[in-house]
Design a protein around this ligand. Sequence first.
Ligand code: ADE
Length: 230
Amino acid sequence: MRIDIITVLPEMLEGFTNQSILLRAQKKGLAEIHIHNLRDYTLDKHRRVDDYPYGGFAGMVMQCQPIDACITALTSERHYDEIIFTSPDGDIFDQPTANTLSMCQNIIILCGHYKGIDYRIREHLITKEISIGDYVLTGGEIAAAAITDAVIRLIPGVIGDEQSALSDSFQDGLLAAPIYTRPAEYKGWKVPEILLSGNEAKIKDWEMTQSIERTKRLRPHLLNSDFDNE
Ligand code: ADE
């Protein structure tokens, strides 16, 4: 899978995408992440990519030309399944969206900045708008990083033990059960007895009961109707 990220702050994303899981995915040839500095595409001699909004509103707006030039350069090379814009008014990002995106071949993520981008870009070039939550960030880079991380870790082979992505919180629509490691007792805080029993069937039952209980308590909206009336 290939992700092209368009940003005015490439340094902010380069550090992030060259660490840990994302670095491993790229080294294994399972993912390519390309970061594009929007300023490299502007025709403005001062490398400006924004201008004042029409209508006398406050703030600055990212102009059509550099965004169009960058997206056009990319789409002339290959087909993109989605051209995503990160914005607080997009669809809220969740695990099903991450799953869907992880099956794409190529995606572009355009990071929003300033007051916004010229609306014509959203109308004519963007295929999907994503928000990572109902709060306003200074720019879309953190959102692009969150989306990239959540999507790439789902590509088969990226995480050593494939099971571990499958057993993530949300992956089966439930939150994960609590997890513990040695020692079995620390400062008098005990690991649940059942986990030390070696009884695999009972442990699986316990895990499911815990998952359902935690989901009911912490994310009731995730529960489907099968569990609603319990
Ligand atoms: N840009 C600013 N705030 C954002 C958010 N909550 N999600 C995605 N992009 C954003």
